[in-house]
Ligand binder design. Structure first.
Ligand code: ADP
Ligand code: NA
Length: 330
């Protein structure tokens, strides 16, 4: 019996991940690595689709790797590697570019949104081809399952179309993956703006809790979180989004039901809820932060782990690439 192959990744787009990345992605990954042959990538090639400072990009890539590991992604139970360390990603992407319709790529809603925001002069061909690179990421590993949020569904659908098209044109080459929309265990919102998603790329960082924030900073951010004038500790996403968000974070990190938190804090006000939450958050991320700093303190060991994992990934990826090259006549 073989364990199903799974692929997922995140961009090294900031020097720290935020707690939404941890709750929405890393916690799931940590569980999935037990039951799957999992490939977790730090997708630095994808990050290049918008302008990056070279020194920061390299640094953020290593910091993201350290945060994956410190959050429980085990580099011996899964394959945790940096995308650019495996050349096959860019190589297969080119082949796939040649079978992707211009119109087909133009229909990707994420591209349409991003390019409309940036304007066409700031928008690169790389950003346009981003979903094709993502297809290469997935297909290189004969991935069966791609756990993604709803926002990535269209890209995985494109991946399926490209795999099927290639197979029918050139003969069976790629595994057609399943789109497994993993229901985000929880969606986390910005503490200052609790109707918009907490994000690494938020314009203001006042409402973003970073994994690597110092405990005192986390505490302050939580105490200043936007709530409402009602005063009741009740989960009501629509009318009390700030409180609902605090309860969600609390519930996931403390592994307690929202109901039991509502009971505990009934009649006690938001100050107490926030204090309790701050303890839970700093309690969770204190040890993670310490482990990240330890990993970053020993660059040679981190590089050794990443090189080992990249070799493992390349072993699988190069086999697929060779097959695809051969099929098209290269
Ligand atoms: P960001 O907006 O922080 O740059 P990405 O869009 O790159 O995050 O997403 C990386 C991963 O983290 C994805 O799996 C995504 O679903 C998850 N994620 C990001 N933000 C949140 C959030 N606020 N709540 C839950 N999951 C999130
Ligand atoms: Na595994």
């Amino acid at each position: 019996m073989t364990t199903p192959r799974l692929y997922s990744g995140m961009q090294p787009s900031a020097d720290s991940l935020q707690i939404g990345n941890y709750i929405g992605a890393l916690l799931n990954w940590k569980a999935l690595q037990q039951t799957h042959d999992a490939y977790f990538s730090i997708v630095d090639l994808h990050a290049l689709t918008v302008a990056q400072d070279p020194v920061k990009l390299r640094e953020n890539t290593r910091r993201t790797a350290a945060q994956y590991i410190a959050s429980g992604i085990d580099p011996s139970a899964s394959t945790l590697y940096v995308q650019s360390h495996v050349a096959a990603h860019a190589q297969l992407a080119w082949l796939l570019n040649t079978i992707t319709g211009f119109g087909e790529a133009s229909r990707m809603t994420q591209f349409k949104d991003k390019s409309a925001r940036q304007g066409s002069d700031a928008t690169t061909v790389g950003l346009f081809a981003y979903p094709v690179l993502m297809a290469a990421d997935i297909l290189l590993y004969d991935t069966e399952i791609v756990p993604v949020g709803e926002d990535q569904r269209q890209h995985v659908e494109l991946t399926r179309d490209l795999a099927a098209r290639f197979n029918s044109r050139f003969g069976q080459t790629f595994t057609v993956p399943e789109v497994a929309i993993v229901k985000e265990t929880a969606k986390i919102y910005d503490l200052q703006n609790p109707t918009s998603k907490m994000s690494k790329s938020a314009e203001s960082h006042a409402g973003v809790i970073w994994l690597l924030d110092e405990p005192a900073v986390t505490h302050k951010k939580i105490m200043r979180a936007v709530t409402d004038a009602d005063g009741g500790v009740v989960f009501d996403r629509e009318n009390k989004p700030g409180v609902a968000n605090l309860l969600t974070i609390y519930s996931v990190l403390a592994e307690r039901s929202v109901g039991s938190l509502e009971d505990e804090y009934a009649g006690r006000g938001y100050g107490d809820l926030k204090k309790g939450l701050a303890e839970v958050v700093t309690g969770t991320f204190g040890p993670i932060r310490a482990r990240v700093l330890e990993l970053l303190d020993d660059p040679a060991e981190l590089d050794r782990l990443l090189a080992l994992n990249a070799d493992r990934a390349a072993g699988v990826a190069n086999e697929t690439l060779t097959r695809a090259y051969d099929r098209v006549g290269l």
